[in-house]
Design a protein around this ligand. Sequence first.
Ligand code: SAH
Length: 354
Amino acid sequence: MRRERAVIERLKQEHTIDREGLSCLLGTEDGESAAYLAQTAREAADAVYGRDIYIRGLIEFTSYCRNDCYYCGIRRGNRLAERYRLTEEEILECCRQGYGLGFRTFVLQGGEDPYFTDEKICALVSEIKKRFPDCAVTLSVGEKPRASYQAYFDAGADRYLLRHETADETHYRRLHPPELSLAERKRCLYDLKEIGYQTGCGFMVGSPYQTVETLYEDLLFIRDLGPEMVGIGPFIPQKDTPFGGEAAGSVETTLRLLSVLRLLHPHALLPATTALGTLHPKGRERGILAGANVVMPNLSPVGVRKKYRLYDNKICTGEEAAECLSCLARRMEEIGYRIVTDRGDCRRDPGKVE
Ligand code: SAH
C-alpha cells in the first residue's frame, strides 16, 4: 500500500517510473491502490482536457494484408479471413455520413494492401481534405518507405497511427514472422515524427510472451519517441491465427497501463479502445475513468464490419454509425463526460517531450 502510493506520487509529481515501480503497480492486489491510480490519472487528464472526449471516425477500408503477424486475424496466412476493399466512393460516403454526425477526424485503417498504391492513397487523402477541409485525416496503413509517408503528408494527411506492438527485440520476433523487424517499425515511427505527422504508437496488453520487462521497454520507447497518441488495448485471440489458443489480455492490466501512460504523458491522446470494450461491457467507460480521452467509433459500412476481424467477438459490428455514436455519447454522459466535435488535436506544445 505505502509502496504503491509512493510510486503513484512520483508518477504524478515527476512523470517518471522505474522497473520496480511498474512491477509494483501492475502486480498489486490492493484494490484501493488500483482505484487511487485510476483516480490520479483521471485528474491528470481532466487538468489538460477537462471533461471533453474526442471522437475519431474509424473507416476500415481494406482487409487485404501482405503481412503475416501471428496475432492478427487479417494476416495473409488466414485463409478463412473474408477479404474486401472499399471503393473511393464508398470511403467518401463514410466520411460524408460521419461529417453529418459531427466527426472531424477520419481514420483510414487497413491491412498493408498493395492495391492501394501511394497514388491511390494520396488521391483519397486530398479528396477528403478538399471535401472536408475542417477535418483531420489519420492514416493507419502500416509500414511504408519514408518517401511514401512524405507523399501522404504532402497530400494532406495530418496524423498516422502505427503501433510499435512491443519495444523488445526478442518479444517482437515472437509476435512476427522473420521478414518483419522492430528496427524497421521504429524507423517508420521516427520518420513519421520527423515528417511532421501527429504520430501514434502503441501496443497490445497481454500479448503472448509479454512481461513487465517488455512493458517497461515500451514505456522507455514511448518516452524516446514522444508521440502525440498512444493506443493500447488488450490482446484478444482470433481463432484462425497461430495465437488462437492463447489467453486474452487482462482488462485490469490495460486500465492500469492507461493510467501509468496518462501520468507519464499528461498531454497524450489515449483512446479507450474497442478491444477494451469487447472484453468488458463497461470497458471503454472504465478506460476513460482510468485516464483515456479518445474513443474511436466505427464508420465502416455495416456490411463489411464483421470481415475486419482482427480478433474475435468484436463489438459494434451490427449497428449503423449513428447508433454507435449515440450509444457512446450516452455511455460517456453516464460517467460525467461529453463527446466533442472538433478535430481534437493534442494540447501539447509541438516539440515538447514529456
Ligand atoms: N496494418 C496496420 C493496421 C493494423 S490493425 C498497421 O500495421 O498498423 C491495428 C492494430 O490492431 C494493430 O496494430 C494491433 O496492435 C491490433 N491488433 C491486431 N490483432 C489484434 C488482436 N488479436 N487483439 C487485439 N489487438 C489486435
